[in-house]
Design a protein around this ligand. Structure first.
Ligand code: PHE
Length: 341
């Protein structure tokens, strides 16, 4: 009877002890378990004290079982202690050879980088940065800008209509009208923002892209002021060696109108595929604000003159970062954008 009981106790001790040892969180916990189970005042010793209750034939049977359990627990303890060797604390083991987990770092989008840089330069030249709505009425997008809807220039833009008379702005120029309706001269603003056109989607066109409008109105502003301001901007943005060229052009809301070219940043004017072998890159449309625009917004065209310009920060980003395709800027591919972080 006592034999079976003691052998049962030893087997239970083995089971409970082994699972406690497997769950132990560190060297210190194992040390405590060694004392608890195998120590001189430990649990196995406590059972062996009862050998006296047994007959001479029974003693070796229980003694042998006690030795087997002792050896098994001792082996397990040693194995677990080796596993923890060298780790002083009781935290989980750290495998220092595992590759690190890289952390995502946010970055500023290349078009935003260009916009911020342009606005910073114009801030130094006295311009404030403002915003305008992306949803416009045809009134603001066209009519107030001396562009009646039956004017051929209204077709220049392939317009997204949201509903009758409401469009996604095809350019940032309607912001000119908003600014002039809200503020009296002198006015000097830059207005970056997205514009929308039903353009094909290819390496150099996107249906949604960034524009940056500029407007300066005061008494006595001349085209010479415009040339000086833009030449200074080009030097600061593109570098002291960058040359500026003004070409006659046409926009309904400016007269005279000009397109502004910068000597190609890639071939320095020698001619390459990026500038289509002209040596020049077009960076903006511009001109002196048309008197009809002043009238439409309530400015006195006899008193005030001014200039306006509109450039494409996306196109400029292509040149600055030597990118082959404008779609890279608008598709949110992290492998591309991550390089600007
Ligand atoms: N809004 C014109 C365009 O989108 C650019 C421009 C702006 C031209 C201001 C003249 C003055 O092409």
């Amino acid at each position: 009877m006592a034999v079976d009981e003691l052998i049962g106790l030893l087997k239970a001790l083995e089971t409970v002890g082994a699972s406690a040892m497997r769950a132990a969180s560190g060297a210190e916990a194992l040390e405590a378990l060694r004392t608890e189970y195998l120590g001189r005042k430990g649990r196995i010793t406590a059972i062996l004290r009862r050998l006296g209750e047994l007959s001479a034939e029974e003693k070796p049977v229980v003694g042998a079982e006690a030795n087997r359990v002792k050896a098994a627990l001792d082996a397990l303890l040693t194995e677990r202690e080796t596993a923890f060797a060298g780790t002083a604390n009781e935290g989980p083991r750290v495998d220092l050879t595992l590759p690190g987990r890289a952390r995502w770092r946010g970055g500023v989008h290349p078009v935003t980088l260009v916009i911020d840089e342009i606005c910073d330069i114009f801030r130094d030249l006295g311009f404030s940065r403002v915003a305008g709505p992306e949803v416009e009425t045809v009134d603001y997008n066209f009519s107030k800008l001396n562009t009646p809807l039956d004017h051929p220039a209204a077709d220049m833009h392939d317009t997204f209509y949201l509903q009758d008379g409401v469009v996604l702005r095809t350019h940032t120029s309607p912001a000119q009208a908003h600014v002039m309706e809200h503020f009296q001269p002198p006015v000097r603003v830059v207005v970056p923002g997205m514009v929308y056109r039903r353009d094909p989607y290819d390496a150099s066109h996107a249906p949604a892209f960034a524009q940056l409008e500029g407007l300066a109105v005061d008494e006595g502003i001349t085209f010479a002021d415009f040339k000086a301001t833009i030449s200074e901007f080009v030097r600061r943005f593109f570098g002291a060696d960058a040359k500026t060229r003004f070409r006659p052009s046409f926009f309904p809301f400016t007269e005279p109108s000009a397109e502004v070219d910068v000597s190609c940043r890639i071939c320095a004017g020698a001619g390459c595929s990026a500038c289509k072998h002209t040596g020049w890159m077009e960076i903006m449309g511009s001109g002196m604000v048309h008197p009809n625009v002043f009238e439409a917004v309530g400015y006195d065209p006899e008193k005030y003159t001014g200039y306006a310009f509109g450039m494409g920060p996306g196109r400029i980003a292509l040149q600055r970062y030597k990118l082959p395709d404008i779609r890279l800027l608008y598709e949110g591919d992290m492998r591309f954008l991550g390089q600007f972080a």
